[in-house]
Design a protein around this ligand. Structure first.
Ligand code: SAM
Length: 312
C-alpha cells in the first residue's frame, strides 16, 4: 500500500521510453504530481537538457521545488497546462519542444487526503479543486447549479445512467437546506438515489468523477493544450499521453488520428499543400499496463498510453 503522500507513477518506464529522450532536449512534464515520471526522465537527460515541471496543484508544485529546485535543468511552474502554449511561446520555445508528457487525472495524494475532498471513501469537505487556492469548490457549485446542468454534467462526464435521479435527490436536499457538505455525506445521498448499483463499483464513483471533471474543466484544458501541440513540438518531438477514462482517451485518440491524416484533396491532386499535410504521426498502438503493474498498483488498471510524433 502507498502511504498517502506517495504516488506510484503509472507506466513510468514505458512513458519515458515513449518520449525517446534526447540527452540535450527540451521536455515538459505537464502533470508533475509527485514527480515519478519527472524523476525517471531526468535520469535519462544530460546537463544540457531542460525539463519544465508543471502542475496546477500548489502542493505538487511545492514538492517539485523541494526536490528539483536546485537542478539547473528544471523550470518549475504552477499553471493549468491549458496555458502551456502561452508560457512556452513567451519563453521562445514554440516549435522547439522535444517532448510533452501528460499523465491525466488526479494523483494519489489528492485522492488520499480527505481535506482535498476528491474521495467518497474519506470524510472531508466537498472541495475537489486541483488548484485549491482559488475557484469554486464542489460544495459551492452544488449550492447554485440548476438541475438541467447537473443532469448534463453527470451524464456527459460520468456516463451516469441515473443522472436524473441523482440530480433530483441533490436538488431536493438543497431545497430542504440539507445539502451534504462532506464527501461521505454526498456519497450517501447518491447511494440512496441509485436503484441498481453496478456490480463492483461504488454507486458514487461516476458522480464524483463527473463533478471533478466539470469543476476543474479537465476536458477543456486537454483540448486547449492539444490545439497548441503541433505548434509547440519540434520536428520529431513527441507527445505522450496517459489517460484513465474513455472521455479523455477518445479525445486524445481523435486528435492524434485527425492530425495524422492528409486533409481532403480532389482526386488526382498533385503535391499536397502544406496546410493539408499531416502534423503528426501516430507511433504504435495504444499501450496498456502490464498485469504485474496492475497487481502492484490497481490505479494503473484503466490506463491507456498513446504516442504521437511531430512531422517536419
Ligand atoms: C496522475 S497525476 C500525475 C502523476 C505524476 N505523473 C507522477 O508521476 O507523480 C495528475 C496530476 O496532474 C495535475 N493536473 C491535472 N490536470 C491539470 C491541468 N489541466 N494542468 C496542470 N496540472 C494538471 C494534477 O494536479 C495531478 O497532480
Amino acid at each position: 500500500m502507498n502511504s498517502p503522500r506517495e504516488h506510484a507513477a503509472v507506466m513510468r518506464d514505458e512513458a519515458v521510453a515513449a518520449l525517446a529522450p534526447r540527452i540535450d532536449g527540451v521536455y515538459v512534464d505537464a502533470t508533475y504530481g509527485r514527480g515519478g515520471h519527472a524523476g525517471a526522465l531526468l535520469e535519462a537527460l544530460g546537463e544540457g537538457a531542460r525539463l519544465w515541471l508543471v502542475d496546477r496543484d500548489p502542493e505538487a508544485v511545492a514538492q517539485a521545488h523541494e526536490r528539483h529546485g536546485h537542478d539547473p535543468r528544471c523550470r518549475i511552474l504552477q499553471a493549468n497546462f491549458a496555458e502551456l502554449g502561452i508560457e512556452l511561446r513567451a519563453a521562445g520555445l514554440a516549435g522547439r519542444v522535444s517532448g510533452i508528457l501528460l499523465d491525466l487525472g488526479v494523483s494519489s495524494p489528492q485522492l488520499d487526503q480527505p481535506q482535498r475532498g476528491f474521495s467518497f471513501m474519506r470524510e472531508g469537505p466537498l472541495d475537489m479543486r486541483m488548484d485549491n487556492v482559488g475557484g469554486e469548490t464542489a460544495a459551492e457549485w452544488l449550492e447554485r447549479v440548476d438541475a438541467g446542468t447537473l443532469v448534463r454534467v453527470l451524464r456527459e462526464y460520468g456516463e451516469e445512467r441515473y443522472a436524473r435521479r441523482i440530480a433530483a435527490a441533490i436538488v431536493a436536499a438543497r431545497d430542504a437546506a440539507a445539502l451534504p457538505q462532506t464527501t461521505t455525506g454526498l456519497a450517501r445521498l447518491i447511494t440512496e438515489a441509485v436503484p441498481r448499483p453496478e456490480p463492483g463499483r461504488h454507486p458514487a464513483t461516476r458522480s464524483f468523477q463527473a463533478i471533478r471533471i466539470h469543476l476543474n474543466g479537465e476536458l477543456e484544458s486537454l483540448s486547449r493544450l492539444l490545439d497548441d501541440i503541433c505548434e509547440l513540438l519540434e520536428p520529431g518531438g513527441r507527445l505522450v499521453v496517459i489517460s484513465f477514462h474513455s472521455l479523455e482517451d477518445r479525445r486524445v485518440k481523435r486528435f492524434m488520428t485527425r492530425n495524422s491524416q492528409v486533409g481532403d484533396l480532389p482526386p488526382g491532386a498533385g503535391v499536397v499543400p502544406a496546410e493539408k499535410r499531416p502534423g503528426l504521426r501516430r507511433v504504435g498502438r495504444a499501450h496498456r499496463p502490464a498485469e504485474a503493474e496492475v497487481q502492484r498498483n490497481p490505479r494503473a488498471r484503466s490506463a491507456t498510453l498513446r504516442i504521437a510524433e511531430r512531422l517536419p
